[in-house]
Design a protein around this ligand. Structure first.
Ligand code: SF4
Length: 329
């Protein structure tokens, strides 16, 4: 088992397949773009398979594809097919634009846990957040997934003054849709001009929801051990909603997540400034297992050691981290 120095077991690997995306969300992709890794430094399909199998040997039992946008990777179907042979749960976080082109692969490879990142239900606002015009395509693909028997989750990054006026609309979707709407607190990453005053924490959201639906109709839903979102549901609604509060109420005590970047580096935490280059080690036929164990063991207790994001130290540490697009959430 992959344990860190605090005894947390790590069995959930998030693999970023690409640094590229077909959207330009302002809180993820820095306004002046990013420096992409040279193509030869990006993991090839067979290397992803070898590294993933190393992690599975060490106890990983869930793999999530992320990006950038994982579905823009031309050989996505090939990678998914290779990893579907590993004995673990398969999941993906996608912006939903290309789902219709890969839904058969999802079925064939057992990719059952699908999270769709969508921050507005208003076309104009969606276009202003993403700097692209794909709203209808994304919504059509959400409907397509439901019609094909999937239960996608919706990930919404909530930013004050941008989309915090749509919380009730998103929760309204859970009346008919047996889905989970996850409200993600706006987090600081390199180049996303984060500001604490733009965050909306769980208490604020719950106050709004209770005011709208009546406190007695807002029911707590049991959270599972490693869950990142704290979930609730509206009485009589099919689905539920949750808050992922990394800034105001971190959930690091039960963290089981490791990240592998598209250029083959392990990040033992979303906010860790240090990384381990697994890809070069693999290409040099070095022992990657020890590197994985050591990197996980040295994980900090919380948020990569960032105590307060709003402090000067917190700001500097976040700016020395990668931009969100190069981590994949
Ligand atoms: S901030 Fe780091 S330690 Fe905390 S839950 Fe996220 S990945 Fe885990």
């Amino acid at each position: 088992m992959l344990r860190d120095q605090f005894g947390r077991v790590h069995n959930y690997l998030r693999i970023s397949l690409t640094e590229r995306c077909n959207l330009r969300c302002f809180y993820c992709m820095p306004a002046d773009g990013i420096q992409l890794s040279p193509k030869e430094n990006i993991m090839r399909a067979e290397e992803i398979q070898i590294l993933a199998s190393e992690f599975v040997k060490l106890g990983v039992n869930k793999i999530r594809f992320t990006g950038g946008e994982p579905l823009v990777r031309k050989d996505f179907d090939n990678i998914a097919t290779r990893l579907s042979k590993l004995n673990c749960e398969m999941a993906i976080t996608t912006n939903g634009i290309l789902i219709d082109q890969h839904i058969e692969t999802f079925k064939n490879c057992g990719i059952s846990k699908i999270n769709i990142s969508i921050d507005s239900l208003k076309k104009d606002k969606f276009n202003s957040i993403t700097r692209r015009d794909y709203f209808n395509r994304v919504m059509d693909n959400v409907e397509l997934l439901f019609s094909q028997g999937f239960n996608p989750k919706l990930n919404v990054v909530v930013i004050k003054g941008v989309n915090d006026d749509e919380l009730i609309d998103f929760i309204g979707l859970t009346k008919e849709w047996n889905t989970t709407v996850q409200f993600i607190e706006y987090m600081p990453f390199q180049g996303n001009k984060w500001d604490f005053s733009k965050t909306v924490n769980a208490e604020e959201i719950l106050r709004n929801v209770s005011r709208m639906f009546g406190e007695r109709n807002v029911l707590k839903v049991e959270d599972k051990k490693n869950d990142t979102s704290r979930k609730y549901k509206i009485k009589g609604f099919s689905g539920n909603f949750g808050m992922i509060s990394t800034v105001s109420n971190p959930f690091c005590d039960s963290c089981n997540r490791i990240r592998l970047t598209a250029n083959g580096r392990i990040k033992n935490c979303l906010f860790s400034g240090s990384e381990t280059d697994l890809l070069t080690a693999l290409r040099n036929n070095e022992n990657v297992e020890e590197l994985i164990k050591e990197t996980v063991f040295n994980k900090k207790s919380q948020r990569g050691g960032i105590k307060n994001f709003a402090s000067e130290e917190g700001r500097l540490m976040s700016e020395s981290n990668r931009s969100m697009i190069l981590i994949g959430g």
